[in-house]
Design a protein around this ligand. Sequence first.
Ligand code: SAH
Ligand code: SF4
Length: 345
Amino acid sequence: MSKIDIKSMTIPEIKEFLTTLGEPSYRANQIFSWLQSGVVSFDEMTNLSKSLRAKLDEQCYIADVKIVKRLESEIDGTVKYLYELHDGELIESVFMKYKHGYTVCISTQVGCRMGCSFCASGIDGLFRNLTASEMLSQVMMAGRDNGVRISNVVMMGMGEPLDNFDNSVRFLQLVSSEEGLNIGLRHISLSTSGLVSGILKLAEYNYPITLSVSLHAPNDKIRSSMMKINNKWNIEELLNACKYYQSITGRRISFEYAMINGVNDSLDNADELARKIKGIMSHVNLIPVNPVEENNYKKTNDNAIKAFVSRLESKGITATVRRTLGADINASCGQLRRGTVKEAD
Ligand code: SAH
Ligand code: SF4
């Protein structure tokens, strides 16, 4: 029998589980608090009886991540982690220091099946989904390892969070729980490549998180050349989903746009982008593409990026260029894992 992932459980679920063990349900709050404080064994739960600890240990496991590699940027203190999961799979996380607090970028899947042409995470496809507890453990480890309280989370590491919908939503519930890490939903961003069905479903939860949409192109011809998902849901369908999401949540949408030399970075592209997203309360984040070995993409140069920003602004669209953190440690996700898996081959 496989063991139960108790760290992914909510308090009511732990209560129900305790009832099946013939234990009083009020212990659930204590157990939840221990789990959310980052303990790695039931023996650390010192206010529980020895017999209850033994029962829990027999039936459950406590998810954790093990640091395999830790790369710290000398420029800005960004730390990139390669973690091993209980089954030997590898994932990446990034810890960043911003003026407004400490932020962790977490992975939501091992690999990704979306196969975007510019991204290292999707090259080998999807291995498996992460559990909510594995997402939480990334946040906890970054806090523990750096001795700080994490105040912001971005779900922008490896994987497509909306392709792992239930676990991602469960993670949001757990990480924002007052009895747990208590990171407010307003301090969390979820990034999606544009799974329209997932965006519509997420809207129903009406969470005050920031939805980041990886748009990357102003028209279907360019977007389909970069992102397979665009063949399933095109830009019009995606933007309609964004409008619907906004009508429910009232939240500003953040559009991600990786600037690739000669592909999507002309001033005509800026004009077309501005036309398409006009009417959506949004912010455009421009990111100079991080070249990966497997493609020939090159970054747009700084002057061309500035011109692109000005053109968007002249059309009433707010845009900023994402500050590159950890430039010396290759902090963009997917690259460290691939490097390591390749070394091991
Ligand atoms: N799967 C989700 C979240 C993870 S990717 C998504 O695609 O949105 C997080 C962000 O990094 C996305 O905006 C993605 O498009 C971007 N990204 C991936 N590879 C990149 C690269 N090589 N250079 C710049 N941005 C990249
Ligand atoms: Fe997956 Fe996002 Fe990478 Fe696309 S950009 S392959 S959706 S992780």
